[in-house]
Design a protein around this ligand. Structure first.
Ligand code: GLA
Length: 382
């Protein structure tokens, strides 16, 4: 827990409001493997992390709610009795969109004040947006005693993203942020929404992230386009989702798809297999096998699904040259954000130094290394 962040958020709340707030921690997430499989009803392997959003929230009896985004130094006022969801900036859409989705479920609640801040940069691919959505739904549920289950809250956060942010995301980010377990990753079956927790013990290895500090434009429309290709292909095959397809099935519709789209759906089927194999490798303590699957995932994301970018590829190529790194790949939606590396602990310091220097020389700005601990999901800070 980042006590400085908790203090900063509490102090800001105290400066602006007179009540005693409920404090909520809502984590971001990493994903070991299983990328772009969630909206295909497949497997993903995420974990909540010790970085995310801290929110201070309390009811008020007036007819106006105030949301303050400390990191943007912005505030926004709205009335829960008459929510206006037009013309929202992106952080406002996360807050007001969640409130609107809760109301769609037939739940009523009054006005509230919320102050939030975070310690993962926007666009890093660590799901600061899911963390924020979950903090809002969790906070409102807690304050107004709405009786929503955690899974209902996950679906509300996801719907806010679909309807007010415009990204037709799967369920991985909101689920991992809500249901995370300390020191564990979750093998999540996105069809059943059942997760198997895995205690993560990487022996002399650890996970290390590098944020490219870039987020290329068009990433949201590229995401929705790919989702549409997957759904169209599933429909052609007469199945519910690509999770049910084999490579042999795809061959049957190959001539109805462009060569590019065929590679995309092939990637999804193969990535889903990799995610399942990764869980076996993890159970058997086969870190080399796991690493190979992680490299395989990047290869598919780069060449078949085409959601990587030069900055991510550069960092993965650098990892491949280093025998202390068993696997590396881009993480999350793509077009920027982070790479995740499975690296020997003793090699972390030197690789960080080398990667930052080489990256800066190549792109003219730094990449940022992150070490993360796996944490519990969204919860009230006691
Ligand atoms: C984004 C989405 C997730 C998932 C990943 C790709 O993070 O929000 O639902 O699809 O991209 O795996």
């Amino acid at each position: 827990m980042d006590t400085k962040l908790v203090q900063k958020v509490s102090e800001n709340f105290a400066k602006n409001f007179s009540s005693e707030p409920v404090l909520i921690y809502s984590p971001g997430r990493i994903n070991i493997i299983g990328e772009h499989t969630d909206y295909n009803a497949g497997f993903v392997f995420p974990a909540a992390i010790d970085k995310g959003i801290v929110a201070a929230i309390q009811k008020n009896n007036g007819n106006e709610s105030t949301a303050i985004a400390i990191d943007m130094d912005e505030s926004y006022k709205f009335d829960t009795n008459n929510l206006d969801t037009s013309n929202l900036s992106s952080w406002q859409a996360y807050v007001v969109g969640v409130a609107a989705e809760i109301q769609k479920k037939g739940k009523t609640f009054g006005n509230f004040d919320i102050v939030f801040g975070g310690n993962i940069p926007d666009g890093a691919g660590m799901s600061s947006s899911a963390a924020l959505e979950n903090s809002v739904v969790f906070g409102i549920n807690e304050l107004f005693d709405l009786g929503l289950t955690k899974y209902e809250m996950v679906l509300i956060s996801q719907a806010a993203e679909h309807n007010y942010v415009g990204v037709k995301c799967g369920i991985m980010d909101q689920y991992a942020s809500m249901f995370g377990i300390e020191n564990s990753a979750l093998l999540l079956d996105c069809r059943t929404a059942q997760a198997e927790p895995f205690k993560i013990d990487l022996k002399e290895y650890q996970l290390l992230l590098f944020n490219t500090n870039v987020k290329h434009k068009l990433s949201d429309s590229a995401y929705n386009d790919r989702r549409a290709v997957c759904e169209k292909t599933a429909e052609m095959l007469g199945i519910d989702a690509l999770r049910d397809a084999t490579e042999a099935d795809l061959e049957k519709v190959k001539d109805k798809l462009s060569a590019e789209d065929f590679q995309k759906v092939l990637y999804v089927v193969q990535e889903n297999e990799r995610a399942e194999k990764a869980s076996t490798a993890m159970k058997e303590g086969d870190l080399e096998g796991l690493g190979k699957l992680i490299y395989g995932s990047h290869n598919g994301l780069q060449h078949q699904y085409k959601v990587s970018c030069d900055e991510l590829d550069f960092l993965v190529d650098l990892a491949k040259e280093n025998s202390n790194i068993l696997g590396a790949r881009m993480m999350g939606g793509g077009f920027g954000g982070c790479t995740i590396n499975l690296i020997k602990k003793t090699a972390v310091a030197s690789f960080k130094e080398k990667a930052v220097a080489a990256y800066t020389e190549k792109f003219g700005h730094e990449c940022s290394p992150y070490e993360v601990a796996l944490s519990d999901g969204t919860n009230v800070i006691k």
